[in-house]
Design a protein around this ligand. Structure first.
Ligand SMILES: Cc1cc2nc3c(=O)[nH]c(=O)nc-3n(C[C@H](O)[C@H](O)[C@H](O)COP(=O)(O)OP(=O)(O)OC[C@H]3O[C@@H](n4cnc5c(N)ncnc54)[C@H](O)[C@@H]3O)c2cc1C
Length: 565
């Protein structure tokens, strides 16, 4: 059996940042179900926040102002110590990336360029045109290769092995050879990304199923604030490919079918640069009022920016419009609609990225340290992945160096590997049943219809019933094709149970939270209720079902105020 000191699951920004900060004397490896450079981080477009103060309009910026914007943007649900840590670490993190050669766009004076983003008091989003994720991921991967970090590419992790509250390793499935791989490790870091594909309309890649979050949950790690799901205001109509906030940061207008910049009615001061929750609701409201186009979308107009600016600052956005709609934003407005985009909630960890299970850590989008609270600001997620990825690597290293190897790890990992092999054999023997994709599509439709931008009790209750019905159907799911190498149906089936856990945790949190805060909008409870609901939702898996409890939010510095933009 292969043995490691630290195994990192995920080759996106958080996973690679963790690998680079882990103690080089330890045996560290990264496991990823796709080649690391195909991780979802690669598509991030708009940028990464840090109060560098390079933009002439941002000279008075500071990490404290960045922290305040983040906390206000979170609708005061972020833990303030965590948000402060994120913003304090932002400037050195960007300088480190710059030092490693990340090709950031530059101002004429040679400093890293910064653009305005939603909910930010100053233009503090650093970028590389509209391909920021791509350049950052390549930069970190290059450093990992330079340092000889071991990679297990195209291995799907199926089980987190925990016994008596201690993490012992993993079970993985080599997609190329079809072999089940037992992996013993003294510490494990999950950096498995978001769960966007639990919804029908999402900007997320096909690989973002959320399995890592469900896996940790089933192994005894609670989930935090799962009801807070970010819907991005501007995805390409019908395709739901992201049209980055950078387009509005550079000056794009949102316009309804009457030719009006309707944000005047929703956020008169900040207009198109209001936070995403406010914008997504405004767009959906316009469409619902009959002020949209084809009852589905509004326009994002970039034409007044001019050809030169679009070609220089937003070339990727233009390519997306040309390739997927045959439309050139230099000459025509872009049809856009909101779509699921980001998971504020996730695996419950503290500011050291440590979970209640000894030796188990999480970082990046799969984790909830609680820096985004009820609504994330654009540009803060790449930052979170880099900053907390680094912290996770250092924390796991300290843990391994300070403790002794667990007893009986090999037996437990073997046991779980055998269990997965038996499950595979049983799946192969099935000769009828509902197709995996059928079940998957049912789940996505249920979530988008009932747990979307606007929520009420009855549809949420319906979603919970449907998810439970899917739980009954899932063990009989049938794979139509041959179960050979890289079998997509098998990959989805391996994570489907975990996706149901994620979906139920979202719906349960949303049903119970009878208020409106950030991205969680209850039509039947349309105001924020700090007296009762200024608290984190914690959901734990038990044999009897999901158990919910609450934890106070750390609000030591900034008193919650009404959010006005
Ligand atoms: C279109 C788009 C644009 C965005 N633009 C921005 C932006 O401009 N600025 C910003 O701040 N944020 C942006 N975001 C958000 C940001 O990109 C992500 O939150 C961030 O990149 C997540 O990084 P991560 O390392 O946590 O996860 P990911 O990059 O998603 O990596 C997850 C990794 O986990 C692996 N994995 C998952 N499950 C398993 C398993 N079971 N077994 C093995 N491996 C597994 C995957 O293979 C992958 O390597 C954007 C998001 C989208 C969807």
């Amino acid at each position: 059996m292969t043995e490691h000191d630290i195994l990192i699951v995920g080759g996106g920004l958080a996973g690679l940042a963790a690998a680079l900060s882990a103690d080089p004397a330890l045996r560290v490896a990264v496991v990823s179900k796709v080649h690391p450079l195909r991780s979802h981080s690669v598509v991030a477009q708009g940028g990464i926040n840090a109060a560098l103060g390079n933009n002439p309009d941002g000279r008075d910026d500071s990490w404290e102002k960045h922290a305040f914007d983040t906390i206000k943007g979170s609708d005061y649900l972020a833990d303030q110590d965590a948000a402060e840590l994120l913003c304090r670490m932002a400037v050195p993190a960007i300088l480190e990336l710059d030092g490693w050669g990340a090709p950031f766009s530059r101002f004429p004076d040679g400093t890293i360029a910064q653009r305005p983003f939603g909910g930010a008091g100053f233009p503090r989003t650093c970028y590389a045109q509209d391909r920021t994720g791509l350049v950052l991921l390549h930069t970190l991967y290059e450093q990992c290769v330079r340092r000889g970090i071991a990679f297990y590419d195209e291995w799907l992790v199926t089980t987190l092995v925990v016994r008596d509250g201690r993490c012992l390793g993993l079970v993985a499935f080599d997609l190329g050879s079809g072999e089940v791989m037992p992996l013993r490790s003294r510490a494990v870091i999950f950096a498995t990304g978001g769960y966007g594909r639990v919804f029908l309309r999402t900007t997320n890649a096909y690989i973002n199923l959320g399995g890592g979050i469900g896996m940790a949950f089933r192994a005894g790690v609670p989930l935090k604030d799962m009801e807070f799901v970010q819907f991005h205001p501007t995805s390409l109509h019908g395709k739901n490919i992201l049209i980055s906030e950078a387009a509005r940061g550079e000056g794009g207008y949102l316009v309804n079918n009457r030719g009006r910049r309707f944000m005047e009615d929703y956020a008169p001061k900040t207009m198109e640069l209001a936070p995403r929750d406010i914008l997504a609701r405004a767009i959906q409201t316009e469409v619902d009022k009959g002020h949209g186009f084809a009852d589905e979308y509004v326009h994002l107009d970039l034409r007044h920016l001019g050809k030169d600016k679009i070609l220089k600052r937003l070339p990727g956005i233009r390519d997306i419009c040309l390739n997927f709609l045959g439309l050139d934003p230099i000459d025509a407005p872009i049809p856009i609609q909101p779509a699921q985009h980001y998971s504020m909630g996730g695996i419950d960890v503290d500011v050291d990225c440590a979970s209640p299970v000894e030796g188990f850590y999480a970082a990046g989008e799969c984790a909830c340290v609680s820096v985004h609270g009820a609504n994330r600001l654009g540009g803060n997620s790449l930052l979170e992945a880099v900053v907390f990825g680094k912290i996770a690597g250092a924390s796991a290293s300290r843990y391994v160096k300070g403790g002794s190897p667990p007893a009986a790890a090999e037996r437990a990992v073997d046991e779980e590997s055998r269990r997965f092999r038996d499950r595979l054999a049983e799946i192969r023997r099935r000769d009828s049943g509902e197709n995996v994709f059928g079940l998957f599509n049912r789940l996505k439709a249920v979530m988008s219809e009932n747990a979307g931008i606007f929520r009420t009790e009855k549809p949420l209750g319906r979603a919970r019933e449907e998810i439970r019905a899917l739980r009954d159907a899932a063990p009989k799911a049938y794979i139509y094709g041959s179960i050979g190498k890289y079998c997509q149906e098998l990959l989805i089936l391996a994570e489907f149970g975990y996706m149901l856990d994620v979906a139920e945790a979202i719906v349960q949190g949303a049903l119970l939270r009878e208020e409106t805060r950030g991205s969680h909008y209850r039509r039947d409870f349309p105001v924020r209720l700090d007296d009762h609901w200024l608290k984190h939702t914690i959901v734990a898996w038990t044999e009897r079902g999901l158990e919910t409890s609450y934890r106070p939010v750390k609000t030591d510095k900034y008193k919650p105020q009404e959010r006005k933009y």
